[in-house]
Design a protein around this ligand. Sequence first.
Ligand code: SF4
Length: 114
Amino acid sequence: MNRLALDMPVVGECTVGDCAYNAHHSCQARAITVGAGIHPGCDTFLAATPHSRDAGRHAGVGACKVAACEHNEDYECGAQQIAVGRDGDGACCLTFRRRAPVQPDSRERKRAAD
Ligand code: SF4
C-alpha cells in the first residue's frame, strides 16, 4: 500500500457511537468528507455494525463542501481540528461557523440609494 503524508485538520472527537467508523468516541476512518452547501453533515457517517476496530488514530478532514463556513477555503477545512456530533439520524460537524454576510461597499450602497 502506498502511504500519503498530508497536513489536514483532525477529527478530535466524534460522539456518534452508532457510526461504523466510531470506536470510543474517536473516528477511525482515514479521512472524512463533510457536507454540502450550507449543511455541515458528515458524508462518511455509516450506520452499521460491526464497528471499526480501534486503530488508535484520529481521522482527518479530507474535504469539506460547506463554503458557507468561515473555516472553509477553496472547499477545504482550515480549522486545527473539528468535533463531530449527532444530527438527527446522522452526524454533523459541530465546529461549523457560518461565514458573516459580505457587506456591500459604500459605492454600492450609494448606487442603490440613487
Ligand atoms: S469546521 Fe467548517 S470547514 Fe471545517 S469541516 Fe466543519 S463545516 Fe467544514
